[in-house]
Design a protein around this ligand. Structure first.
Ligand code: FMN
Length: 186
């Protein structure tokens, strides 16, 4: 499906969950397929993985700073307009809550509030967080606004539990992104 990706711009929004290590692989696959991958990390995400890792893989700048005006325009506007799709993976309970309530307190949440492009989230969290009424309510709000979600699935969780909350595998995210892009072209 290389043709879907060649010279396409995608935003990969990365929030602070353990499943972030898998997203390094997603960034690598998208880059090899020819996409221009702009990674936007939350401050919490940078506690797990340094931006240098994503920048080395995508061979592009990694976006972190909502106050950066180096292009004489706030980054969140350019990043909201450029991509064919925005993917948030892993999507933490916290970032999903901010999205559901229109909070824009970091670069990723600002991009998400400022965009009219298709948004796909891949939640990843502990089972209790996933089943919390607040998270369920936030997911329902997001679905009602057209935000697409993939997963989570049941399996081994980083906290040592087994249950629902595990992020889907990156190939499933990739396939869903392709479906969204192709649907937008038809
Ligand atoms: C070791 C560790 C692992 C975490 N894993 C997750 C996770 O998988 N999912 C989640 O929703 N939060 C997880 N958290 C909590 C988030 O990092 C925390 O809520 C943070 O504020 C999220 O910020 P962000 O949404 O801006 O990235 C984890 C925290 C720690 C310390």
């Amino acid at each position: 499906m290389e043709s879907v990706w060649r010279n396409r711009s995608v935003v990969l929004g990365v929030s602070g969950g353990v499943a972030i290590y898998k997203i390094v692989g997603l960034a690598s696959k998208l880059t090899r397929l020819g996409a221009a991958v702009d990674v936007v990390m939350t401050p919490a995400a940078t506690e797990f993985i340094r931006p240098l890792m994503f920048g080395s893989i995508t061979r592009r700048r990694v976006y972190l700073d909502p106050w950066d005006m180096s292009d004489h325009r706030p980054e969140h506007i350019a990043l909201a307009e450029r991509p064919v799709v925005i993917v948030v993976a892993p999507a933490t309970a916290d970032t999903l809550a901010k999205m559901a309530h229109g909070i824009a307190d970091n670069l990723l949440t600002s991009v998400l509030l400022a965009t009219a492009k298709p948004v796909l989230v891949a939640p990843a969290m502990n089972t209790v967080m996933w089943n919390a009424p607040a998270t369920r309510g936030n997911m329902a709000l997001l679905a009602g606004r057209g935000v697409k979600a993939i997963g989570p699935v049941s399996g081994n969780l980083a906290c040592g539990d087994v249950g629902e909350g595990r992020m889907v595998e990156v190939d499933a995210i990739l396939r869903e992104m392709e479906r969204i892009i192709l649907a937008g072209e038809s």
